[in-house]
Design a protein around this ligand. Structure first.
Ligand SMILES: Nc1ncnc2c1ncn2[C@@H]1O[C@H](COP(=O)(O)OP(=O)(O)OP(=O)(O)O)[C@@H](O)[C@H]1O
Ligand SMILES: [Mg+2]
Length: 347
């Protein structure tokens, strides 16, 4: 039986990958090559069996895994043997969808089979439905078989709709197929249409964006208006807001982790925030004079530093602000309440 000889024959076949092209094949075995692609070359073993020899064993494992998932269905070629870099499988007969559609119309019956095929892919756990019409073969009995399915497993990115299949059908058949989907699976049609529209919109936007080169020089100048640290008062307010935000987020996490009701957590946070705001206002009121002193003092120091060393001044300025901010009373109150047991008091 030829199957047993495959291990020997495969040693007489060399399949090497090339950059951006089909594999290169040196065949000293008696087997006839019936096709090749970027991952491997396929040889006919007998009337019913062929052998795909891969240029690398990982691709072989991947295709084997994908085929294995589908062995309980009749959508995939049967697997007969697996070596480190080859798979012996059923020789798929029939005509591929690309050729078929050149002579025959895409009928609702055929579309129904394609939809069933997609349902099956989902059921067996394929991650990315990424099939071209030339990978789909129509059999004499009307059934479908697919080949070269490695690309649909072990993927990081999934597609929300069978983009490659639809595109490969061409504009006319794609539109026809979609009308069949609308009839037979209206919800699916709605979703696909949504994704298609989003895609088209993104494409148009990208086109516009790419045609407009950014004026970097102008942007560089204008973007100074986004800087925030030069206005000291505003800087403190912004920093305060940022720290509030972080507190709030961490607090929510902590309380939810303790199993508190989200609604109640939000209520408590609002309550806490109101109280806190009052305290901040009060603290700011109390320290307005002190602030003024700090500000004048800072101004004085800044003038001296300007005359000394501007760069050193800049880093000093930030340190000064931070110290000033950390030293504020409202900050102490906030921290004690949050970190210590006092936050429970609020609760
Ligand atoms: N089970 C099979 N039965 C019949 N013919 C097959 C079978 N598997 C592959 N072929 C033929 O061999 C060709 C190359 O196989 P295949 O597409 O699996 O290779 P590939 O290197 O993975 O291709 P690609 O670069 O498109 O991923 C196919 O186009 C098909 O003509
Ligand atoms: Mg392939």
């Amino acid at each position: 039986m030829e199957i047993k000889q495959l291990d020997k024959w495969v040693n007489d076949i060399q399949v090497n990958s090339t950059a951006h092209a089909d594999v290169e094949v040196v065949n000293h075995s008696p087997l006839i090559m019936i096709g090749k692609g970027r991952q491997g070359a396929v040889f006919q073993v007998n009337d019913d069996i062929c052998m795909k020899v891969f240029s690398n064993s990982e691709e072989c494992d991947r295709e084997y895994y994908a085929l294995s998932l589908g062995q309980k269905t009749n959508l995939f070629p049967r697997i007969y043997r697996k070596g480190s870099d080859f798979i012996a499988m059923e020789l798929v007969k029939g005509v591929d969808l690309r050729e078929y559609l050149q002579f025959q119309p895409l009928t609702p019956e055929l579309s129904a089979r394609l939809i069933n095929m997609l349902i099956m892919f989902k059921e067996i756990g394929f991650q990315r439905i990424d099939l071209h019409k030339r990978q789909i073969f129509l059999q004499l009995d009307g059934n479908i078989k697919v080949m070269d399915v490695a690309g649909m497993v072990w993927r990081d990115r999934e597609y929300p709709y069978p983009r490659k299949l639809l595109t490969s059908l061409g504009e006319e058949n794609k539109a026809l197929f979609l009308t069949h989907v609308l009839e037979m699976a209206p919800h699916v049609y709605e979703e696909w249409l949504y994704y298609i529209q989003m895609e088209e919109l993104s494409r148009q936007i990208t086109e516009v964006l790419l045609s407009q080169e950014p004026d970097k020089e102008t942007l560089k100048n204008l973007s100074n208006s986004l800087l925030t640290t030069d206005d000291e008062k505003n800087y403190v307010v912004l920093l305060q807001g940022l720290v509030h935000k972080v507190y709030k987020e961490e607090w929510i996490k902590l309380m939810l982790a303790r199993g508190d009701d989200p609604e109640k957590v939000m209520e408590k946070i609002d309550e806490y925030w109101d109280k806190r705001e009052q305290l901040v206002n009060q603290a700011q009121e109390n320290h307005r004079d002190e602030d003024k002193y700090h500000h004048d003092d800072h101004k004085k120091r800044r003038n001296i530093r300007h005359s000394e060393d501007e760069r050193q001044h800049d880093s000093e300025k930030h340190r000064y602000r931070e110290r000033r901010f950390v030293g504020e009373k409202w900050r102490e109150i906030g921290e004690r309440r949050f970190v210590g047991e006092n936050w429970r008091e609020i609760k």
